[in-house]
Design a protein around this ligand. Sequence first.
Ligand SMILES: [Zn+2]
Length: 185
Amino acid sequence: MSPRRIGRRFATLVAGVATVLSLGLANPAPAAAEGVNAVVCYNTSQAGPYAGIADQAAGIWNAYTNNVDMAKCGSNLMIYYTYGGGSYAVRYSLGNGYVVIDVYQAQQYAPLRIMTHEIGHILGLPDNYNGQCHLLMSGGSAGTGCTNPYPYTTEAAQVDRNFGGFGAQGSQVFQDSWPAPVTVG
Ligand SMILES: [Zn+2]
């Protein structure tokens, strides 16, 4: 038998197993799912014009992480907005706290990037003001032209580690603002 035929046969076998598995998991028990993932309930009742942005940001975090689910099921995370003073996050403990979006800042910087960044703090991520746009936690240091709202692989993996092991880092109280642009000289 040629290697190519073996490969094809193996692919067929894998496909068959996958079908059986997916059939078997068609109706997983809700309790089992909750046991795997932490749920961060967020509340947009005070988010004003940023409620939809918060929903988008929650969807991004859900898509990029495995160990945490964001859902509108309570008030672990409140979303607020204000005029001036900067956007920021206050984390009481991992997955608990609030985010404040500065309307003026959100007119300068991409609001979705600000939102996913600040929620990143609630999920246990620190700032990394290195100016690199592919990182979410570089925040405002990447400039107003950076609109990337997605966590980088390493950032998403850190959130999964935070929620996978309920690590000490994430449970520390945290407060910080959206970083100002880097000044040279
Ligand atoms: Zn920050």
